[in-house]
Design a protein around this ligand. Structure first.
Ligand SMILES: [Fe+2]
Length: 141
C-alpha cells in the first residue's frame, strides 16, 4: 500500500483567509501543503489586515527553512547583521534559520507567500541585536 499523499489542490475562496496565524496584523490562507506533506512544510498566503500595523519586535524562528515571495505591496524588514531591507512585489527572500529579525512597516495591500519547514515551528522574542560596529571602532585590546 502506497503512503504517498494524494494529489491536492487549494482553490481560492472568499473565506480562504483566516486570522489564525502567528501575527494579529496579518490574515493567512493555508495552501494545504502542511497536510499534504504530513507536516514537513507549510505554505500560506499572508496578507495585511486593514488598519493593523506590525509590532516591530525582534524575534527568530526555530525552523530549518523559510522563504517568502511578495505578491503585492511592500514590507520593510530588519535583519541582524544585514540591516533594513524593503521587500517589494516580486522580491523573494530567504531567511536563514534562527536569524534575528523584525518587521517595521508594510503597505495596506501587502500579500506574500511564505514557505516554512517544518510546518510547525516555534517563534522566540529576542532582544535587539548589538549594533554593528565599524572596523575602525573595534578595540585592539
Ligand atoms: Fe519572522
Amino acid at each position: 500500500m502506497s503512503r504517498a499523499t494524494p494529489f491536492t489542490v487549494s482553490h481560492f475562496r472568499k473565506r480562504s483567509f483566516s486570522r489564525r496565524g502567528l501575527r494579529g496584523y496579518f490574515e493567512y490562507r493555508d495552501l494545504g501543503i502542511q497536510r499534504a506533506t504530513r507536516g514537513k512544510v507549510v505554505a500560506h498566503v499572508i496578507r495585511a489586515r486593514p488598519a493593523k500595523a506590525p509590532h516591530g519586535e525582534w524575534h527568530w524562528h526555530d525552523c530549518d527553512l523559510q522563504f517568502v515571495y511578495v505578491l503585492k505591496g511592500w514590507a520593510l524588514f530588519e535583519y541582524e547583521g544585514v540591516g533594513k531591507v524593503k521587500m517589494k512585489a516580486g522580491s523573494c527572500f530567504y531567511q536563514p534559520p534562527r536569524i534575528r529579525h523584525r518587521e517595521l512597516k508594510h503597505s495596506k495591500d501587502l500579500e506574500m507567500i511564505e514557505i516554512v519547514s517544518p510546518a510547525v515551528f516555534r517563534t522566540y522574542s529576542s532582544a535587539a541585536p548589538a549594533a554593528r560596529r565599524s572596523p575602525a571602532r573595534r578595540s585592539r585590546g
